[in-house]
Design a protein around this ligand. Structure first.
Ligand code: PMP
Length: 297
Protein backbone atom coordinates (compact mmCIF):
# COMPACT_ATOMS: atom_id res chain seq x y z
CA UNK A 1 0.00 0.00 0.00
CA UNK A 2 1.47 3.34 -0.95
CA UNK A 3 0.83 6.44 1.12
CA UNK A 4 0.53 9.96 -0.16
CA UNK A 5 2.12 12.02 2.63
CA UNK A 6 -0.37 14.31 4.29
CA UNK A 7 1.91 17.34 3.99
CA UNK A 8 2.50 16.91 0.27
CA UNK A 9 -0.88 17.06 -1.42
CA UNK A 10 -2.71 19.39 -3.74
CA UNK A 11 -5.61 21.45 -2.48
CA UNK A 12 -6.51 24.01 0.14
CA UNK A 13 -6.68 24.01 3.90
CA UNK A 14 -8.83 26.47 5.83
CA UNK A 15 -6.51 28.08 8.36
CA UNK A 16 -7.47 30.86 10.74
CA UNK A 17 -10.21 32.22 8.51
CA UNK A 18 -8.67 31.84 5.07
CA UNK A 19 -7.73 29.17 2.57
CA UNK A 20 -4.02 28.46 2.22
CA UNK A 21 -2.41 26.10 -0.30
CA UNK A 22 -2.30 22.59 1.23
CA UNK A 23 1.53 22.39 1.39
CA UNK A 24 1.77 25.80 3.07
CA UNK A 25 -0.60 25.01 5.96
CA UNK A 26 2.28 24.81 8.43
CA UNK A 27 2.97 25.57 12.06
CA UNK A 28 6.26 26.31 13.86
CA UNK A 29 8.18 23.61 15.79
CA UNK A 30 7.73 25.70 18.95
CA UNK A 31 3.95 25.36 18.70
CA UNK A 32 2.58 24.92 22.21
CA UNK A 33 0.31 22.05 21.12
CA UNK A 34 3.29 20.02 19.88
CA UNK A 35 5.03 20.22 23.26
CA UNK A 36 2.14 20.22 25.71
CA UNK A 37 -0.75 18.58 23.86
CA UNK A 38 -2.94 21.70 23.85
CA UNK A 39 -4.98 20.59 20.86
CA UNK A 40 -8.52 19.39 20.24
CA UNK A 41 -9.98 18.04 17.04
CA UNK A 42 -12.92 16.42 15.30
CA UNK A 43 -13.39 13.70 12.72
CA UNK A 44 -16.39 14.17 10.46
CA UNK A 45 -17.69 12.52 7.37
CA UNK A 46 -19.52 13.87 4.35
CA UNK A 47 -21.88 11.54 2.52
CA UNK A 48 -23.39 12.57 -0.82
CA UNK A 49 -22.52 16.20 -0.21
CA UNK A 50 -23.75 16.50 3.38
CA UNK A 51 -21.63 16.37 6.55
CA UNK A 52 -23.34 13.92 8.91
CA UNK A 53 -24.30 15.60 12.22
CA UNK A 54 -21.99 18.55 11.51
CA UNK A 55 -23.48 20.74 14.25
CA UNK A 56 -22.99 18.02 16.89
CA UNK A 57 -19.35 17.63 15.85
CA UNK A 58 -18.69 21.37 15.93
CA UNK A 59 -20.33 21.70 19.33
CA UNK A 60 -18.19 18.85 20.65
CA UNK A 61 -15.09 20.62 19.30
CA UNK A 62 -16.05 23.70 21.29
CA UNK A 63 -16.74 21.67 24.44
CA UNK A 64 -13.38 19.91 24.06
CA UNK A 65 -11.64 23.31 23.81
CA UNK A 66 -13.45 24.51 26.95
CA UNK A 67 -12.24 21.40 28.80
CA UNK A 68 -8.69 22.36 27.82
CA UNK A 69 -9.44 25.88 29.08
CA UNK A 70 -9.26 27.70 25.77
CA UNK A 71 -11.78 29.39 23.55
CA UNK A 72 -12.09 28.93 19.82
CA UNK A 73 -12.10 32.45 18.32
CA UNK A 74 -15.02 31.71 15.96
CA UNK A 75 -18.69 30.92 16.37
CA UNK A 76 -20.08 27.42 15.97
CA UNK A 77 -21.89 28.62 12.82
CA UNK A 78 -18.65 29.99 11.37
CA UNK A 79 -16.85 26.68 11.91
CA UNK A 80 -19.79 24.77 10.41
CA UNK A 81 -19.61 27.00 7.36
CA UNK A 82 -15.82 26.66 7.13
CA UNK A 83 -16.15 22.85 7.14
CA UNK A 84 -18.67 23.03 4.28
CA UNK A 85 -16.53 25.54 2.38
CA UNK A 86 -13.45 23.32 2.74
CA UNK A 87 -15.28 20.41 1.08
CA UNK A 88 -16.84 22.65 -1.57
CA UNK A 89 -13.51 24.24 -2.47
CA UNK A 90 -12.06 20.77 -3.09
CA UNK A 91 -15.14 19.60 -4.97
CA UNK A 92 -15.55 16.75 -2.49
CA UNK A 93 -18.89 15.07 -1.76
CA UNK A 94 -17.75 11.92 0.06
CA UNK A 95 -14.88 12.76 2.35
CA UNK A 96 -13.41 12.89 5.82
CA UNK A 97 -13.14 16.30 7.49
CA UNK A 98 -10.61 17.10 10.20
CA UNK A 99 -11.02 20.39 12.12
CA UNK A 100 -8.28 21.06 14.71
CA UNK A 101 -7.88 23.88 17.25
CA UNK A 102 -4.64 24.40 19.17
CA UNK A 103 -2.40 26.79 21.06
CA UNK A 104 0.20 28.28 18.72
CA UNK A 105 3.88 29.27 18.97
CA UNK A 106 3.33 32.77 20.32
CA UNK A 107 4.39 31.57 23.74
CA UNK A 108 6.12 28.43 24.93
CA UNK A 109 5.99 27.07 28.48
CA UNK A 110 3.47 25.07 30.43
CA UNK A 111 1.38 28.17 31.05
CA UNK A 112 0.84 30.16 27.88
CA UNK A 113 -1.95 32.67 28.44
CA UNK A 114 -0.76 34.83 25.53
CA UNK A 115 -0.77 32.05 22.96
CA UNK A 116 -3.22 32.40 20.12
CA UNK A 117 -5.78 29.71 19.37
CA UNK A 118 -5.29 28.53 15.81
CA UNK A 119 -7.96 26.65 13.89
CA UNK A 120 -7.48 24.61 10.74
CA UNK A 121 -9.78 22.41 8.68
CA UNK A 122 -8.67 19.87 6.09
CA UNK A 123 -10.79 17.47 4.07
CA UNK A 124 -9.76 14.51 2.00
CA UNK A 125 -11.48 11.98 -0.15
CA UNK A 126 -13.07 9.03 1.62
CA UNK A 127 -15.31 7.13 -0.72
CA UNK A 128 -18.61 6.02 0.65
CA UNK A 129 -17.50 2.44 0.49
CA UNK A 130 -19.65 -0.17 2.12
CA UNK A 131 -18.82 -3.83 1.73
CA UNK A 132 -21.23 -5.52 4.13
CA UNK A 133 -19.98 -9.03 3.42
CA UNK A 134 -16.38 -8.23 4.41
CA UNK A 135 -17.48 -6.25 7.43
CA UNK A 136 -19.68 -9.09 8.67
CA UNK A 137 -16.59 -11.27 9.17
CA UNK A 138 -15.84 -9.05 12.14
CA UNK A 139 -12.56 -7.45 13.19
CA UNK A 140 -10.14 -8.79 15.80
CA UNK A 141 -9.12 -6.63 18.74
CA UNK A 142 -6.33 -7.10 21.28
CA UNK A 143 -6.45 -5.74 24.83
CA UNK A 144 -4.74 -2.37 25.11
CA UNK A 145 -1.82 -1.88 27.48
CA UNK A 146 -3.17 1.45 28.76
CA UNK A 147 -6.44 2.40 30.43
CA UNK A 148 -8.68 5.41 29.79
CA UNK A 149 -7.91 7.87 32.59
CA UNK A 150 -10.10 8.90 35.49
CA UNK A 151 -11.79 12.26 34.66
CA UNK A 152 -9.93 13.55 37.74
CA UNK A 153 -6.63 12.59 36.09
CA UNK A 154 -7.25 14.04 32.61
CA UNK A 155 -10.16 15.69 30.76
CA UNK A 156 -11.14 12.27 29.43
CA UNK A 157 -14.42 13.47 27.87
CA UNK A 158 -12.57 15.81 25.49
CA UNK A 159 -11.58 14.82 22.00
CA UNK A 160 -8.13 16.11 22.81
CA UNK A 161 -4.84 15.19 21.13
CA UNK A 162 -3.19 14.31 24.46
CA UNK A 163 -5.59 11.46 25.11
CA UNK A 164 -4.61 9.82 21.83
CA UNK A 165 -1.06 9.18 23.04
CA UNK A 166 -2.23 5.96 24.71
CA UNK A 167 -4.48 5.15 21.74
CA UNK A 168 -1.64 5.38 19.22
CA UNK A 169 0.67 3.22 21.37
CA UNK A 170 -2.09 0.65 21.90
CA UNK A 171 -3.30 0.50 18.31
CA UNK A 172 0.19 0.23 16.82
CA UNK A 173 1.07 -2.56 19.27
CA UNK A 174 -2.15 -4.40 18.35
CA UNK A 175 -1.50 -4.01 14.62
CA UNK A 176 2.01 -5.41 15.01
CA UNK A 177 0.37 -8.55 16.45
CA UNK A 178 -2.00 -8.78 13.48
CA UNK A 179 -5.08 -7.26 15.16
CA UNK A 180 -7.18 -4.48 13.67
CA UNK A 181 -7.36 -2.40 16.86
CA UNK A 182 -7.08 -2.48 20.65
CA UNK A 183 -9.86 -2.47 23.26
CA UNK A 184 -9.18 -0.24 26.23
CA UNK A 185 -10.39 -0.68 29.78
CA UNK A 186 -11.07 2.40 31.88
CA UNK A 187 -9.20 3.38 35.05
CA UNK A 188 -11.52 1.16 37.13
CA UNK A 189 -11.03 -1.86 34.90
CA UNK A 190 -14.38 -1.68 33.08
CA UNK A 191 -14.55 -2.19 29.32
CA UNK A 192 -14.22 1.30 27.82
CA UNK A 193 -13.76 1.75 24.06
CA UNK A 194 -11.49 1.00 21.14
CA UNK A 195 -8.78 3.51 20.25
CA UNK A 196 -11.08 5.41 17.86
CA UNK A 197 -14.51 3.88 18.33
CA UNK A 198 -17.11 3.06 20.99
CA UNK A 199 -18.21 -0.50 21.75
CA UNK A 200 -21.56 -2.31 21.99
CA UNK A 201 -22.41 -5.88 23.03
CA UNK A 202 -25.54 -7.97 22.47
CA UNK A 203 -26.96 -10.76 24.62
CA UNK A 204 -30.49 -12.22 24.36
CA UNK A 205 -31.58 -9.43 22.02
CA UNK A 206 -30.54 -6.71 24.49
CA UNK A 207 -27.90 -4.12 23.57
CA UNK A 208 -25.30 -3.17 26.21
CA UNK A 209 -22.81 -0.30 26.03
CA UNK A 210 -20.63 1.51 28.61
CA UNK A 211 -21.66 4.92 29.97
CA UNK A 212 -19.68 7.98 28.90
CA UNK A 213 -17.96 8.63 32.22
CA UNK A 214 -14.47 7.73 30.99
CA UNK A 215 -14.84 7.51 27.22
CA UNK A 216 -15.60 9.78 24.30
CA UNK A 217 -19.33 10.40 23.89
CA UNK A 218 -19.33 9.27 20.29
CA UNK A 219 -21.80 10.83 17.90
CA UNK A 220 -22.12 7.49 16.11
CA UNK A 221 -22.73 5.86 19.52
CA UNK A 222 -25.61 8.28 20.20
CA UNK A 223 -27.00 7.64 16.72
CA UNK A 224 -26.81 3.84 17.08
CA UNK A 225 -28.55 3.97 20.48
CA UNK A 226 -31.41 5.84 18.77
CA UNK A 227 -31.45 3.36 15.88
CA UNK A 228 -31.59 0.41 18.30
CA UNK A 229 -34.46 2.04 20.20
CA UNK A 230 -36.28 2.69 16.92
CA UNK A 231 -36.13 -1.08 16.39
CA UNK A 232 -37.67 -1.50 19.86
CA UNK A 233 -34.45 -3.04 21.16
CA UNK A 234 -33.65 -2.54 24.82
CA UNK A 235 -30.44 -0.55 25.29
CA UNK A 236 -28.70 -0.90 28.65
CA UNK A 237 -26.01 1.70 29.36
CA UNK A 238 -23.91 0.25 32.16
CA UNK A 239 -20.44 -0.64 33.34
CA UNK A 240 -19.25 -3.90 31.80
CA UNK A 241 -16.53 -6.05 33.38
CA UNK A 242 -14.12 -7.78 30.95
CA UNK A 243 -15.05 -11.28 32.18
CA UNK A 244 -18.69 -10.59 31.20
CA UNK A 245 -17.59 -10.63 27.56
CA UNK A 246 -17.81 -14.44 27.70
CA UNK A 247 -21.63 -14.14 27.87
CA UNK A 248 -22.21 -11.80 24.92
CA UNK A 249 -22.95 -13.27 21.51
CA UNK A 250 -22.44 -10.20 19.30
CA UNK A 251 -20.17 -7.18 19.54
CA UNK A 252 -19.60 -4.17 17.31
CA UNK A 253 -17.73 -0.87 17.42
CA UNK A 254 -19.07 2.50 16.28
CA UNK A 255 -17.42 5.66 15.05
CA UNK A 256 -17.37 8.21 12.27
CA UNK A 257 -14.66 6.22 10.49
CA UNK A 258 -15.69 2.74 11.65
CA UNK A 259 -19.44 3.39 11.16
CA UNK A 260 -20.87 0.15 12.63
CA UNK A 261 -18.22 -2.58 12.41
CA UNK A 262 -18.87 -6.06 13.80
CA UNK A 263 -16.21 -7.56 16.07
CA UNK A 264 -15.25 -11.25 16.00
CA UNK A 265 -12.70 -11.24 18.80
CA UNK A 266 -11.47 -9.20 21.77
CA UNK A 267 -8.47 -10.91 23.31
CA UNK A 268 -9.60 -14.30 24.60
CA UNK A 269 -13.31 -13.59 23.91
CA UNK A 270 -15.04 -14.58 20.67
CA UNK A 271 -18.23 -13.21 19.11
CA UNK A 272 -20.30 -14.19 16.10
CA UNK A 273 -21.37 -11.19 14.03
CA UNK A 274 -25.10 -11.75 13.70
CA UNK A 275 -28.48 -10.42 12.67
CA UNK A 276 -28.73 -7.54 15.12
CA UNK A 277 -25.27 -6.19 14.31
CA UNK A 278 -26.12 -6.47 10.62
CA UNK A 279 -29.46 -4.70 11.09
CA UNK A 280 -27.87 -1.77 12.95
CA UNK A 281 -25.01 -1.62 10.47
CA UNK A 282 -27.53 -1.37 7.61
CA UNK A 283 -29.73 1.13 9.51
CA UNK A 284 -26.73 3.37 10.08
CA UNK A 285 -25.60 3.12 6.48
CA UNK A 286 -29.07 4.02 5.25
CA UNK A 287 -29.43 6.88 7.73
CA UNK A 288 -26.18 8.65 6.84
CA UNK A 289 -26.94 8.41 3.15
CA UNK A 290 -30.66 9.18 3.36
CA UNK A 291 -30.11 12.15 5.64
CA UNK A 292 -27.65 13.40 3.08
CA UNK A 293 -30.11 12.95 0.24
CA UNK A 294 -33.06 14.59 1.98
CA UNK A 295 -30.97 17.67 2.80
CA UNK A 296 -29.57 17.82 -0.71
CA UNK A 297 -33.01 17.46 -2.29
N1 PMP B 1 -13.84 6.99 20.92
C1 PMP B 1 -12.70 7.51 20.47
C2 PMP B 1 -11.49 7.44 21.34
C3 PMP B 1 -12.66 8.12 19.20
O1 PMP B 1 -11.52 8.66 18.74
C4 PMP B 1 -13.82 8.15 18.40
C5 PMP B 1 -13.77 8.78 17.04
N2 PMP B 1 -14.03 10.17 17.12
C6 PMP B 1 -14.99 7.58 18.92
C7 PMP B 1 -14.96 7.01 20.18
C8 PMP B 1 -16.27 7.62 18.13
O2 PMP B 1 -16.75 8.93 18.09
P1 PMP B 1 -17.67 9.43 16.88
O3 PMP B 1 -18.77 8.44 16.77
O4 PMP B 1 -18.15 10.76 17.33
O5 PMP B 1 -16.81 9.47 15.67
Amino acid sequence: MSFVPFDDRDGWIWMNGEFVPWREAKTHVLTHALHYGSSVFEGERMYNGEIFKLREHTERLFRSAEMLDFQIPYSVAEIDQACKDTCARAGLTDCYIRPVAFRGAEQIGVSAPNSKIHVAIAAWEWPSYFDAATKMKGIRLAWAKYRRPDPLTAPSAAKAAGLYMICTISKMAAEREGYADAMMLDWRGYVAEATGANVFFIKDGVVHTPPVDAILDGITRQTVIELAKARCLEVVVRHIRPEELADFTECFVTGTAAEVTPVAEIGEYKFTPGALSKALMDDYSRLVRREAQSVAA
